[in-house]
Design a protein around this ligand. Structure first.
Ligand code: NAD
Length: 370
């Protein structure tokens, strides 16, 4: 048995605890059947934490998140907390966690399972077999740059200002993440900016190229303007392996790529921080979807995005590629067998509950490991 890995579980609100329950089922299976086991600590975050503690995350939980090997988060929020003061809103806990852990690289895979390829808004042959990864810089750029604001001018007119600002270190560290991950995939990075019209675009391209020349010449590097990238994503998405881009373009392009795959309930994500002396990165894994209050407590939630987020954790925080492959293969087979939660239901398929979907994944793991 490998040494125990420390895992902080934050199920959160709404369907968060329901989908996390199915990850626990998969972890239980792995504990019993495979070589890896986790020391799991579970805490409150979001509205449930506010109800218990008057804050959406406690200082102790933030400290725990900083010290564990990985954080797994469900989702936060819901109408129950709509009138809570802004600083105590469920989302504030999540933002604090991301900020204090300095999670600067957001990873959003767009992976199309064959069985769901028809759910995409694009033609089947364009998306079948699609497997790409968008890496978005998450802690800098125009969403954070100063100065910013709306001001009145002496002549009575008004103007608004945001600042797109990047340092060389900020670009270089996210470029490194892209190159490292490309090496684990198809070894190709497309760096995306607007070097034709923005100084920060010229700078982004220079810094990514610098890192490439110095340490990653074995990885294929291409550059693309963001507007062209948006077009290429819907024209021929399979040309991409890893895309690395800034906070603003990444926000837009990752949502666009997400829709290629069909459903929110299928989309995992990871956010990574800088490596420490031992090479360990702070990391948080969470599904892209929210707390889905409209279906919470009804056993209707699709747990696969959460289970796939767990698979990303195995791959990126623990280098357990074989176990991650196994979980992903189990998900693929369950979908191929025709089981569907409501969000991905198609004619002729079998409707199942959250729990039944999780149980089907572990049953498939049994078969795959037999
Ligand atoms: P949402 O993602 O929660 O739901 C959007 C729609 O998709 C809903 O109809 C929902 O039923 C459906 N859906 C989402 N996940 C699903 C799943 N796993 N299985 C089946 N169907 C699923 O987004 P929203 O409705 O805009 O937001 C609801 C709450 O979640 C809000 O309070 C919002 O602030 C919060 N939110 C949290 C996060 C997060 O925790 N990271 C992200 C987005 C939204």
């Amino acid at each position: 048995m490998a040494a125990n890995k420390k895992l902080l579980m934050l199920p959160g609100d709404g369907i968060g605890p329901e989908v996390m329950g199915e990850v626990k089922r998969v972890i239980g299976w792995m504990d019993k059947r495979r070589t890896v086991s986790f020391d799991i600590q579970e805490e409150l975050v979001g509205g449930s934490c506010y109800d218990a503690n008057g804050v959406s995350i406690t200082d102790e939980t933030v400290a725990d998140a900083m010290s564990v090997d990985a954080v797994l988060l469900g989702a936060v929020g819901g109408p129950k907390w709509d009138n809570v003061a802004r600083e105590h809103r469920p989302e504030a806990g999540l933002l604090r966690l991301r900020k204090e852990m300095d999670l600067f690289a957001n990873l959003r895979p767009a992976l199309v399972f064959d069985a769901l390829a028809e759910a995409s808004s694009l033609k089947l042959d364009l998306v079948k077999g699609l497997d790409m990864l968008i890496i978005r810089e998450l802690t800098s750029g125009v969403y954070f740059g100063q100065p910013r604001g709306i001001e009145e001018l002496p002549d009575g007119s008004r103007r608004a200002l945001d600042t797109q600002l990047y340092t060389d270190a900020e670009v270089q560290r996210v470029a490194r993440v892209a190159f490292e991950l490309a090496r684990k995939r198809s070894n190709k990075v497309t760096s995306v900016e607007k070097a034709n019209v923005m100084e920060t675009g010229v700078f982004w391209r220079q810094e990514v190229t610098k890192v490439h020349e110095a340490d990653y010449k074995d990885v294929e590097l291409g550059h693309m303007y963001a507007d062209n990238c948006a077009m290429q994503l819907v024209r021929y998405p399979k040309q991409f392996d890893v895309i690395v881009t800034d906070n603003l373009f990444g926000d837009i392009l990752s949502d666009c790529a997400a829709m290629l795959t069909g459903s929110l309930g299928m989309l995992p994500s990871a956010s990574l921080g800088a490596p420490d002396e031992s090479g360990r990165r702070k990391a948080m894994y969470e599904p892209v979807h929210g707390s889905a209050p409209d279906i919470a407590g009804q056993e209707k939630a699709n747990p696969l995005a959460m289970i796939l987020s767990y698979a990303m954790m195995l791959r990126y925080s623990f280098d357990l590629d074989e176990d991650a492959d196994l979980v992903e293969a189990a998900v693929k087979n369950v979908l191929a067998s025709g089981l569907r939660t409501g969000d991905i239901m198609q004619p002729g398929m079998t409707a199942v509950s959250t729990e039944a979907m999780g149980k089907a994944v572990t049953a498939e793991l049994d078969k795959l490991a037999a």
